[in-house]
Design a protein around this ligand. Structure first.
Ligand code: PHE
Length: 340
């Protein structure tokens, strides 16, 4: 009876405890086996009854052993076994947070979607034609040279053309125009690659969002209004924009878009280098050559395009001073964007 009480009261929470239990009760040198051996010393008329009691005890011990083993296994496979202590204090949830680039990308998409743009996607590994050729890059343009572009080894490709990691998401513009009749109003967020030494201000992998609007009568004023609205939504209600003449092979005319410095509001600070303006995007009217390269009649349609770096917008918005933070994934950095 004492042994039965002991068996019933024993709790087993670990493999070691289970082994101790097995050694004490079930093994050849255990207590039960001892009792069975001493059976022959008992008076012959008592043996039957004692044997019965011992058998019951042994069954109960075996039953408990199987219960314990099942509980232990259940806990290991993640099932809530009975050995979970529900009275322990709750461990605070280690909730992750969105990466700042994800937050900014989503915000950019949201702003443009409200203006009727949809999101388009395309390959990161491209042929020369989609990254450069169709976009009116002359054959000898320096951007095609090895120092800017990652080319895939010729022996690794199955085409005669150069294959490369896209240097901008403009390849998606070309693919869209090839496959879709205007109106086209899309933005294309994505990863881009340039062969640059990694520093606080440059990285070989970064992210862009480009936009394209092609339809009848799309004008430069549409471009300006669209980006003005974007700046107000992204930075501040009082944002102003300014356009500076620029050059891209695929747009004509081309303009660099600056936004009024929302940090110092013109008072002068390091971010705008005391100029009151920060550059946020390149833009322009789609060059007629690009339209015809993609099978769109430039006599019938016009379009504008723009492109911006997501990292750059995030750096401006959150005051991040070093590009490398975005890829190092230090939780002390990432944790600061909870609820942003
Ligand atoms: N593709 C350009 C770049 O990568 C950005 C851009 C897009 C400029 C569209 C003008 C129009 O820098």
């Amino acid at each position: 009876n004492e042994l039965l009480t002991e068996v019933n009261q024993t709790q087993v929470n670990t493999k070691e405890a289970l082994e101790t239990y097995r050694l004490r009760f079930l093994s050849k040198k255990g207590v039960v086996s001892d009792l069975f051996s001493s059976l022959k010393e008992a008076a012959p008329e008592d043996r039957r009854a004692l044997g019965q009691i011992l058998n019951n005890l042994k069954n109960r011990i075996q039953e408990r052993f199987e219960e314990f083993s099942a509980d232990l296994e259940g806990n290991q496979s993640g099932d809530a076994g009975p050995s979970i202590d529900f009275t322990l204090p709750v461990v605070p949830d280690q909730m992750g947070s969105l990466h700042p680039l994800t937050i900014v990308r989503r915000r950019i998409i949201e702003i443009f979607e409200r203006m009727g743009f949809n999101v388009a996607d395309g390959p990161e590994i491209e042929t020369d034609w989609y990254n450069f050729g169709a976009l009116n890059f002359p054959d000898n343009h320096p951007a095609r040279e090895m120092q800017d572009t990652f080319f895939i080894e010729k022996s690794q490709t199955h085409v005669s053309e150069d294959v490369l990691l896209r240097t901008h998401t403009s390849n998606v513009q070309v693919r869209l125009m090839e496959h879709k009749k205007p109106p086209i109003r899309s933005i294309m967020p994505g990863r881009v690659f340039r062969n640059e030494a990694i520093s606080a201000r440059a990285h070989c992998i970064f992210h862009q969002v480009e936009g394209l609007y092609v339809d009848t009568n799309v004008s430069f004023k549409d471009l300006k209004d669209t980006l003005f609205h974007f700046a107000k939504e992204m930075f501040s209600k009082d944002s102003q924009i300014r356009l500076r003449p620029s050059y891209f092979p695929f747009t004509e005319p081309s303009a660099e878009i600056d936004v009024s410095c929302f940090i110092c509001k013109g008072a002068g600070c390091n971010v705008c280098k005391y100029s009151g303006w920060v550059e946020i995007a390149g833009s322009g009217m789609v060059d007629p050559n690009v339209l015809s390269n993609c099978g769109i009649d430039p006599e019938e349609y016009t379009g504008f395009a723009f492109g911006m770096g997501i990292e750059r917008i995030a750096m401006l918005r959150y005051g991040i001073k070093d590009l490398r933070f975005f890829t190092e994934n230090d939780v002390r950095f990432l944790g600061q964007f909870k609820g942003a």
